[in-house]
Design a protein. Structure first.
Lengths: 377, 474
């Protein structure tokens, strides 16, 4: 991990002495607070407005006062690195849910895989060099998909406004508008954007794309596609949508249900029927993203972070909660729960700290005399 | 030196001198061998009016063949997809953006010479400005190919223009790529205007000398009714001055905005405030490199030694030396700030630049851009024309690698090590870029054959014969 605080880990003993150890790692732990004077405001406030810290500049907020339905929910996700076993079920589920093309070995080797969620693996060891395989390797897994940053770096650089924020905090991608400059993918610090270098859907699945005159699949394989999700053509960017089709479906279902029950209760219909904002809300757990649905350990939780009672909101108040590359002030809506290891002290490869944490602290405080952090070594 | 020692003791010297004796300064003549006005006209017009030389045809055919590589590469690209290039996920911008910045950088010397040196009254600019302006216009045309065709759906590239439409969708005015559209198109328009307007009196000369009918119509049309009238000249000079004033900020703004493509992004190695001045210095550096590359052979082929003198070559070498040293300063300052800023990602990015996966490109860049031009400190080297030409080639190579280093080392090694990659160009990348040299050569050869290489009136105005006092200012 190059001594970078990407997957934040601690051993159980360290966790007991400092439950918020994840907050004492990464550049943001010793740089000015990103939320400035709004640091201690609750998650609901932070998600519904755009706190500008100590900046004197205004920033448009996600909630529009005049529109009743805008910003009804604020979507967010929490991924518990403690529970992730690295099984890759999320990757497969996402691929089939979102019509993500299989590009083949040759293109994967060229770095053109299309996965919207990927499972990052980092190996660490005390034995840094030497040709032999080290004996004390530790593996850290991290599922990474679009973080739906509140101040998304991809959005500002798109020259045609093809990637924009919606009122519910989704970082939306307008495929129709995308011309494919790929600037967004360059500027994404998490590198989660995927570009259609070829027309993956207009070729034989087991062949590379051969141009417009090449052979195409027979129509049967197209029937395997999810009809709720578009199929992207070449030259456009795509990425995780938080399964926006499922969000939309649930919102419609909740609205229909609320209308029906209110009609039955009040006898009103059509224009006379007015629904409250609260009645339109989707119940917590009413939406599951594809990756969340298949996760065998329930490591992924998705929901409305503007509702303080939702499961995801509660998880985000956990002291282990942290943002990857938080110092960039992208304010990702997907945050992670740091990993706590519980190694057996009698095993020969036991270490006081996880290797990745030791690497980070060695690099961040090379002197080992830093008072504020010495307790963690 | 002997006079200096006399003034060593400060008590002897009054605070205000009664009389200042300026050091004798022999301004070198800008046209050698006491040539007449007529000789200049015959020389420059002769290039256009003479029989087409055989070498011109050979060069033209070769250039056409080379340019066809770009044509074929682009047809393949548009029909099949950006995947025919080597771009991949961490390195989403490969050679295309490198080539764009390379060509647009070259396109800086022309306007610098014609606008900034005009305002600074640098008389030596007269015999090289037309050629470098032509170079500018053609280089910007080559540059424009790459950002246009690197997009995934080139048939929608017009969406970058703010055209009113039924969906009320506008371009994103916060995007540096959007600023590029305006910066480059403005620069191209003003450069063409400047180039063409400066040419009108010379086109009129060619029209007046023309014998064939097609020439009379061709140059007659282009000369726009120029009659050498006093009020024509008065308007011309005012317009020239205004355009020079208008172009001066553009010389600085275009590459500043091109540098924003990188500097506004948040990636380590890109997100630095030094980029605008450093890019402008680099652009002028590469531009003068290209002017030397082009004009030195022309000087030999057309026998222009009396017009493009050693003084001109000296001056261009010195500007190359100065800007090359500025670029070298910027390289070292980047490292200093990466250390001083104490951002570990930034620190890593710069160590990786020099010693990481693309170390070879970094050291090609440093040796070509920083070390090579230092040879211009020596007069012997500035007077060795073939060697100057070779160094100018190195400057061009070095500046291409500078953009390669900036774009690719950063993209291939950014924040998350899980997403690190490596970029190598494909054959299509290489051929498309190589072909633009052919495209550039076609345009430049046509320019040599059909348009006046130097502004006649301006060259004549800096000749000793133009001075009614015969050089005696008393």
């Amino acid at each position: 991990m190059e001594g970078r605080a990407i997957v934040r880990e601690a051993n159980a003993d360290e966790y007991k002495s400092d439950t918020s150890f994840a907050h004492h790692m990464g550049a943001e732990s010793h740089s000015p607070p990103i939320y400035g004077k709004d640091l201690d405001k609750d998650l609901v406030f932070k998600s519904q407005t755009t706190p500008r810290g100590n900046s004197s500049y205004e920033h448009p907020d996600h909630n529009y006062e005049k529109s009743e339905e805008h910003g009804l929910h604020q979507w967010g996700m929490s991924i518990d690195l403690n529970q992730c076993t690295g099984c890759s079920a999320c990757v497969v589920a996402c691929q089939s849910e979102n019509n993500i093309p299989v590009v083949g070995k040759d293109q994967v080797l060229r770095g053109r895989e299309m996965h919207w969620i990927r499972l990052d693996r980092y190996f660490s060891s005390t034995q840094r060099d030497g040709a032999e395989l080290p004996s004390d390797v530790q593996v850290s897994f991290q599922g990474v998909a679009c973080m739906h940053c509140e101040t998304a770096p991809c959005e500002t650089v798109c020259p045609v406004n093809a990637t924009v924020h919606d009122e519910e905090g989704l970082n939306a991608m307008a495929y129709n508008r995308c011309v494919g400059t790929r600037y967004c993918a360059n500027n994404c610090p998490y590198k989660v954007r995927r570009f259609n270098f070829f027309d993956w859907n207009k070729r034989k699945t087991d062949e590379v794309y051969k141009g417009p005159l090449g052979e195409e699949n027979d129509p049967v394989s197209a029937m395997g596609k999810n009809p709720d999700v578009t199929v992207r053509m070449r030259g456009v960017m795509e990425k995780c949508t938080y399964c926006t089709q499922r969000i939309q479906e649930s919102k419609i279902r909740s609205k229909v249900k609320a209308q029906r029950s209110k009609t039955l209760d009040t006898g009103k219909d059509g224009k006379d029927l007015v629904l409250d904002r609260s009645e339109l809300k989707v119940a917590d757990g009413g939406i599951q993203t594809a990756c969340q649905q298949v996760c065998p350990t329930d490591a992924i939780v998705f929901g409305d972070i503007s509702d303080p009672e939702s499961e995801v909101s509660k998880l985000k108040t956990n002291p282990r909660d942290y943002s990857v590359l938080g110092y960039l002030s992208t304010r990702p809506r997907t945050t992670f729960l740091a990993k706590v290891r519980n190694p057996n002290p009698h095993m020969p490869d036991h270490a006081v700290s996880p290797h990745s944490a030791r690497e980070y602290h060695d690099k961040a405080h090379p002197s080992h005399h830093d008072e504020g952090h010495s307790s963690q070594h | 030196m002997a006079t200096l020692s006399n003034t060593d003791s400060t008590e002897d010297r009054p605070a205000i001198l009664d009389k200042v004796n300026p050091a004798p300064w022999n301004e070198p003549p800008l046209v050698l061998n006491n040539r007449s006005f007529n000789w200049v006209t015959e020389k420059i017009c002769g290039i256009v009016e003479g029989k087409t030389p055989t070498w011109w045809w050979w060069c033209f055919i070769t250039a056409m063949i080379i340019a066809s590589f770009t044509g074929m590469g682009l047809i393949y690209l548009v029909s099949t997809g950006v995947g025919v290039w080597g771009n991949n996920n961490p390195v989403n911008w490969g050679w295309a953006i490198v080539n764009f910045v390379f060509w647009i950088g070259i396109g800086h010397a022309g306007t610098l010479i014609s606008a900034i040196l005009c305002l600074l009254k640098q008389k030596w600019r007269t015999s090289i400005n037309r050629g470098s302006e032509a170079m500018t216009v053609f280089a910007v045309m080559c540059a424009g190919i790459f950002p246009l065709f690197h997009v995934g759906r080139v048939w929608f590239a017009w969406w970058l223009f703010p055209l009113p439409n039924a969906n009320a969708i506008w371009p994103n005015f916060r995007s540096p790529l959007e600023w590029d559209v305006f910066a480059v198109s403005t620069y191209f328009t003003v450069s063409i205007l400047f180039w063409y307007m400066g040419m009108i009196p010379d086109l009129a000369v060619l029209r007046d000398r023309a014998k064939e009918t097609w020439r009379k119509y061709f140059y007659g049309f282009l000369a726009m009714g120029w009659r050498n009238a006093n009020n024509h000249w008065r308007n011309f000079e005012m317009a020239y001055l205004l355009l020079a004033g208008l172009s001066t900020p553009l010389v600085l703004s275009v590459h500043t905005i091109v540098s924003f493509d990188f500097a506004v992004a948040n990636l380590p190695g890109w997100h630095t405030t030094i980029f605008p001045p450093y890019f402008v210095a680099g652009a002028i550096f590469s531009g003068f490199g290209m002017v030397l590359t082009l004009l030195l052979p022309l000087r030999a082929v057309f026998g222009l030694h009396d017009l493009i003198t050693q003084t001109h070559i000296d001056n261009m070498c010195k500007i190359t030396l100065a800007t090359g040293s500025m670029v070298g300063y910027a390289y070292s300052m980047e490292f200093f700030i990466a250390w001083y800023g104490a951002n570990s990602y930034e620190g890593f990015a710069f160590i990786n630049r020099a010693f990481g996966n693309y170390w070879w490109s970094y050291w090609i860049m440093v040796s070509c851009n920083v070390i090579c031009p230092q040879l211009f400190w020596f007069k012997k080297i500035r007077e060795n024309t073939p060697l100057v030409w070779v160094i100018s080639i190195f400057v061009n190579v070095g500046m291409w690698f500078e953009r390669f280093v900036i774009a690719n080392t950063t993209l291939s090694r950014d924040f998350l090590p899980s997403s690190w990659g490596y970029y190598s160009p494909t054959v299509v990348d290489i051929f498309t870029f190589f072909g633009t040299f052919g495209f550039f050569s076609i345009l430049f050869l046509l320019f040599l054959r059909f348009l006046p290489l130097m502004p006649l009136a301006e060259v004549k105005s800096v000749m000793p014969q133009a001075d009614p006092h015969g050089g005696k200012h008393s």
